[in-house]
Design a protein around this ligand. Structure first.
Ligand code: ACO
Length: 379
């Protein structure tokens, strides 16, 4: 057997596939920029609405631009009745499967579905960003036998999501946490789901196809599913005293501690730095500080791994924040998805603007030139 001589890049590790102006990551020092702006400034000062505008249109909006954009987002929150019917039919599935199905179905209602021009793609990205929280919240209520809540135009994107989930006006501090969480998840280089979205776009499939692909890829526990796994681990640990032995046992079995490690960051993920104090303050505010204490102990046990570049990532703290906001654990990835749709849209526009089919190769290692025998002659 001959083996082709090729340079293999398994997992596309450190392979640059194109240029981008959407985001910049320096994994060695834990630096993240969206369109040139530091995530530290955006997380502390920008609303999700401003961040969407920045990613889609390449600049921070002035007041008039933001007001106009916000009105368009709000006007697109409602879903066609047929989508609600589809959510009812699929209500027992995982929320990410329902979200992916609803996004696919929305393609059939979007008048610009086949228009891959920059302008139409941005408009569709705005519509999908506006519609995703309504899908997720409607499904969460329908599966509990409740009616979906009509979107409230007096509330922000984050506030309206919490409102549609519970049916009650949310606390401003809770809204700020979800808003910041959306900002922190909005864009992140060519991670697995953005790569998936780009592959779809590279075939000139439309934005709905690309976003449905992104949702599919994000669902995996090695990517967006980690936040849910971290909180399951914290619940399983149960109290601070058990945390150290629990993690040491995991590591001795060579299991991965969810919420740690990253393909690009070899320092602490800067997004985790923002969520850590929020998780602590929220736990104290809700009278449940133990989840922070458990995760803090997990983090301390993992400290020696930092020397190998295995540090906290964004998912380590986000799960405990969602949990303390009474959000069911299987919705955690959907919240990540709601934040990420602007990033996928921005990268799909980039892919369309300078398109090249994303088509790598595989090294063949199987047998060669076998003799075909007729079925009656086979053993
Ligand atoms: N816990 C313990 N050890 C780990 C962890 C972890 N979380 N992550 C990586 N390692 C170890 C691996 O076992 C491996 O060790 P070895 O060289 O002795 O075999 C080494 O670090 C390198 O790991 P790779 O899998 O090669 O790193 P890769 O870049 O492919 O993986 C990934 C990155 C998938 C994120 C990985 O760190 C992981 O599985 N983490 C847990 C899941 C998680 O938190 N995912 C969310 C990532 S952030 C996001 O998607 C938003």
């Amino acid at each position: 057997m001959t083996e082709e001589k090729v340079e293999l890049h398994r997992g596309l590790r450190d392979v640059y596939i194109d240029r981008t102006t959407s985001s910049f990551i320096d994994g060695n020092i834990g630096k993240l920029l969206y369109r040139g702006y530091n995530i530290d400034d955006l997380a502390e000062n920008a609303s999700f609405e401003e961040t969407i505008y920045l990613l889609l249109y390449g600049k921070l909006p002035n007041r008039a631009e933001l007001d106009e954009f916000d009105a368009v987002l709000k006007a697109n929150r409602r879903l066609p009745g047929e989508i609600i019917d589809i959510i009812k039919l699929t209500k027992n599935a995982h929320p990410m499967d329902v979200l992916r199905t609803a996004i696919s179905a929305l393609a059939t209602f979007d008048p610009e579905v086949d228009d891959n021009s920059k302008e139409a793609t941005l408009r569709k990205g705005v519509r999908l960003t506006a519609q995703a929280p309504t899908i997720v919240a409607s499904h969460a209520r329908i599966r509990e036998g409740k009616d979906p809540v009509t979107p409230n135009e007096s509330l922000s994107h984050a506030g309206n999501f919490l409102y549609m989930l519970s049916g009650e006006l949310p606390e401003p501090e809770d809204v700020r946490l979800i808003d910041k969480d959306f900002v922190l998840h909005a864009e992140h280089g060519v991670n697995a789901s953005s790569f998936g979205a780009r592959v779809a776009a590279s075939t000139q499939a439309d934005l709905h196809c690309a976003v449905a692909t992104g949702v599919s890829v994000l669902k995996g526990p090695s990517h967006g599913g980690a936040a849910e796994e971290v909180m399951k681990m914290a619940l399983d640990i149960g109290n601070e005293e058990n945390a150290e032995s629990y993690v040491r046992d995991m590591l001795s079995r060579r299991e991965r501690v969810m919420g740690f490690g990253h393909r690009v960051y070899k320092a602490v993920d800067p997004r985790a730095n923002h969520l850590r104090p929020d998780a602590k303050a929220l736990g104290e505010r809700k009278g449940q500080p133990k989840w922070f204490s458990i995760l803090q102990t997990v983090s301390e046990v993992m400290e020696p791994y930092a020397r190998r570049g295995i540090c906290e990532n964004v998912d380590f703290w986000s799960g405990s924040i969602y949990y303390l906001l009474d959000i069911p654990d299987d919705l955690f990835i959907s919240i990540f998805t709601m934040g990420r749709i602007p990033g996928w849209t921005s990268q799909v526009v980039e892919q369309f603007e300078n398109n090249i089919l994303l088509r790598p190769r595989l090294q063949y290692t199987g047998p060669m030139d076998l003799e075909y025998t007729s079925i009656d002659e086979r053993e």
